[in-house]
Write a protein that binds this ligand. Structure first.
Ligand SMILES: Nc1ncnc2c1ncn2[C@@H]1O[C@H](COP(=O)(O)OP(=O)(O)OP(=O)(O)O)[C@@H](O)[C@H]1O
Length: 309
């Protein structure tokens, strides 16, 4: 669905993207993670036909971004990391403008726009002026705009940046719905944990190079020893502390009020055995799983490696 082959981009002497090989299958959500200036926006703009690559090829839905830009644009919705302000348009007028740009017949537009506003939870803001909307609402409107021509692929450049936690959760719920609708989604973020539950695969990019790519588990294994775990206990906390301290796969054990945080270096099988031991010792385990900081830890472990090279 999305493929790049030896894709590179230089801005003068700055090599923004170096030999990027990426393949995202239909219906997958791919998280593109990297610090500022890593090359995420450059990749997304090339895929959206807004920027010419210096070398290499890129395809969206089988269409070549260089040779078939019109087909590529028809196949994808691109959400940039900024929202252009339109002072004098209401949400409906804004979407109608883009519907016109995609040559959607006027008689089909009002029901389409109503459906899209419902999808992004903005039905009650249909007649509100775009510049009066909060940032979270503008982001959701921008997402509706991307969907106006019902593209198969969505390219979302840091859609959650600048959003408060509630707005982020709302956005994530909408993205989950889009995933259920079978859209292929490339989404970038530097707010790392937020991508964990949403993505099938992640790619970590730094200084223009893709330095790790695959399922979250696979990438975690590559960054060995960085599975951060959390265990919460309601009863027999002290017994749990002893079992964890004795386990050879537990490292950097930290204890807090209601539980523990540690690095686990064993396999899933060994993880299951640890849980079993806790339960057999009658520890009341209320949570046993990866810490939400896990993706962050993976990212740091991998990028540290690159910085050291
Ligand atoms: N128009 C431009 N002219 C010159 N250099 C540029 C231009 N656009 C981007 N760059 C440089 O290319 C590199 C990659 O930038 P890019 O915007 O793709 O990164 P990014 O991962 O999207 O970063 P951010 O998270 O800050 O948006 C950076 O070094 C950046 O300074």
């Amino acid at each position: 669905m999305i493929e790049t082959i030896h894709l590179s981009k230089s801005y003068g002497k700055v090599q923004a993207l170096i030999d990027l090989q990426l393949r995202i299958e239909q219906g997958k959500v791919f998280g593109f993670i990297g610090p500022n200036g890593a090359g995420k926006s450059t990749t997304m703009m090339i895929l959206s036909t807004l920027l010419e690559p210096t070398e290499g090829e890129a395809f969206v839905c089988g269409y070549d971004v260089r040779k078939e830009p019109a087909e590529v644009r028809q196949s994808l919705g691109y959400m940039p990391d900024f929202f252009g302000v339109y002072d004098n348009l209401t949400a409906v007028e804004y979407l109608d403008f883009y519907a016109g740009a995609f040559k959607i017949a006027p008689h089909k537009r009002s029901s389409l726009i109503a459906d899209l506003l419902e999808l992004v939870n903005l039905s009650d803001k249909a007649e509100a002026y775009v510049d009066s909307l909060s940032r979270g609402m503008q982001q959701r409107l921008s997402l509706a705009r991307c969907l106006i021509h019902d593209p198969q692929v969505l390219i979302l450049d840091e859609p959650a940046s600048g959003l408060d936690p509630r707005a982020r959760i709302e956005l994530r719920e909408i993205l989950k719905q889009l995933r259920c609708m079978g859209k292929t989604i490339l989404i970038s973020s530097h707010i790392l944990p937020e991508l964990a539950e949403l993505c099938d695969d992640i790619g970590i990019i730094e200084k223009g190079r893709l330095i790790a790519c695959g399922g979250l588990d696979e990438v975690s294994i590559r960054a060995r020893g960085v599975t951060l775990m959390m265990v919460k206990t309601l009863r027999n906390h002290h017994r749990a502390a002893l079992i964890l301290a004795e386990n050879m796969f537990v490292e950097d054990l930290e204890e807090n009020m209601d539980g523990f945080r540690f690095r686990f270096i064993g396999s899933d099988h060994q993880k299951a055995e640890l849980l079993q031991k806790l339960i057999e010792a009658e520890v009341a385990v209320s949570y046993f799983g990866e810490s939400s900081e896990n993706l962050e830890a993976v990212f740091l472990a991998i990028t540290e490696g690159v910085a050291g090279r």
